[in-house]
Design a protein around this ligand. Structure first.
Ligand code: NAD
Length: 353
């Protein structure tokens, strides 16, 4: 097949990890007879420096003409003033909204070989393989707000409509059907009206998915269960802000932020794929970045936007094989042990392919 992929490296290690993902995708193209074209464009701090805005119109035009977006990370100390009118992360929020990418999929898998990098006992990590589905374009991050007002008060509004909840619930139920047919919906229905609407709507959508077992959990309890019995979760659905928080909490189960991929998808096949981590200014430019999160994001791109399941699985298995063979970037190396560079790790994955 022919596919065009917009690559938005962004800032810091975003540049290094997207570069590696392009190598791997090119390799998969050659191996399976696909023609992948990459179009690079600007987002984040580098876009602010070059154009004055974090998401130039040209980037949106390029992305609109492509099949999917692969993004690195945005931000860094140079643009970190939270009161600046133009900030790198605005580009991210804008691009998700522009393409109505309302569902954020974040798989979190615990690799036994990395158990020593987590604060949990190894036995708690056995069989941990969770798919988080986070609502991405609603709730308090997008609801009506008053930034400063009179300076004495401010508010954000957690606003959800039934269609907004229903469409992301459908994504989660369908994902659960393809896995172990178990869905946990996270809310705070005991306190928040918007979360009572959430629980009611998820329950209504459940009527279409009789083969999936649904369970509602309050977000505060969920944060605790994620640490005390993480293997009991399979697909977890949460609204935007709760999803933001619990997925970062769950990221510790994987051993390093560098391991985690994500996909932001909408009603169509088009999607945006990015590692969960940020631009990691502390290690940028040193060849120390773990490219796994981005490589696994590229696998999700193959699966969801291009419909290439076999290729996606081949890439995921190659990453796992590299880890099993002992390939370690600095963040997942044994304490005091040796490690390989970003590029060497990618070459090991390519070798396994
Ligand atoms: P970060 O994720 O960039 O880094 C946190 C820690 O994890 C650092 O010690 C870093 O070295 C390490 N780390 C992250 N990714 C790694 C990888 N692939 N391999 C090895 N180690 C890795 O978070 P931060 O330090 O809080 O933020 C840095 C900048 O990134 C900030 O400007 C922040 O706003 C931005 N940020 C962007 C995104 C995004 O683009 N989606 C997400 C989070 C943070």
């Amino acid at each position: 097949m022919k596919a065009t992929i917009t690559v938005l490296p962004g800032d810091g290690i975003g540049v290094e990890v997207t570069n590696q993902a392009m190598h791997v995708l090119s390799r998969i193209g050659t191996q399976y007879g696909h023609d992948f074209t990459f179009h690079e464009a600007l987002i984040g701090g580098i876009a602010i420096d070059k154009t004055g805005t974090s998401l130039p119109d040209e980037t949106l035009t390029i992305a609109e003409q492509s099949d999917a977006i692969l993004l690195g990370a945005v931000g860094g100390p140079k643009w970190s003033d939270p009161t600046a009118p133009v900030r790198p992360e605005q580009g991210l929020l804008k691009i998700r909204k522009h393409f109505e990418l309302f569902a954020n999929l974040r798989p979190v898998k615990a690799y036994p070989a990395l158990a020593q990098h987590t604060p949990l006992r190894a036995e708690l990590l056995e069989n941990v393989d969770i798919l988080f589905v986070r609502e991405l374009t609603g709730g308090a991050y997008f609801g009506p707000r008053q930034e400063q007002g009179d300076g004495d008060s401010a508010y954000d509004t957690m606003l959800y409509s039934v269609p907004e909840v229903a469409r992301v619930a459908h994504v989660a139920f369908r994902a659960a059907q393809g896995r172990s047919k178990k869905l946990t919906s996270v809310d705070k229905a005991n306190v928040l009206a918007s979360m009572r609407l959430w629980r009611r709507t998820v329950g209504e959508v459940h009527e279409d998915y009789g083969d999936v077992a649904l369970d509602h959990v309050l977000v505060d309890a969920c944060t605790m269960y994620l640490m005390t019995r993480p293997a009991s979760f399979d697909v977890v659905l949460a609204e935007n802000m709760f999803g933001d928080i619990i997925t970062d909490e769950a990221s510790v189960l994987a051993g390093s932020l560098g391991m985690l991929p994500s996909a932001s998808i909408g009603a169509e096949k088009f999607g945006l794929y990015e590692p969960v981590h940020g631009s990691a200014p502390d290690i940028a430019g040193q060849g120390k970045a773990n490219p796994t999160g981005t490589l696994l994001s590229a696998a999700m791109l193959l699966r969801y936007s291009l419909g290439l399941e076999e290729e996606a699985m081949a890439l995921e298995q190659a990453v796992e094989a590299a880890l099993v063979s002992g390939a370690r970037t600095a963040d997942i190396a044994p304490r005091g042990g040796s490690y390989i560079s970003t590029e060497e790790f990618t070459q090991t994955v390519i070798g396994a392919l």
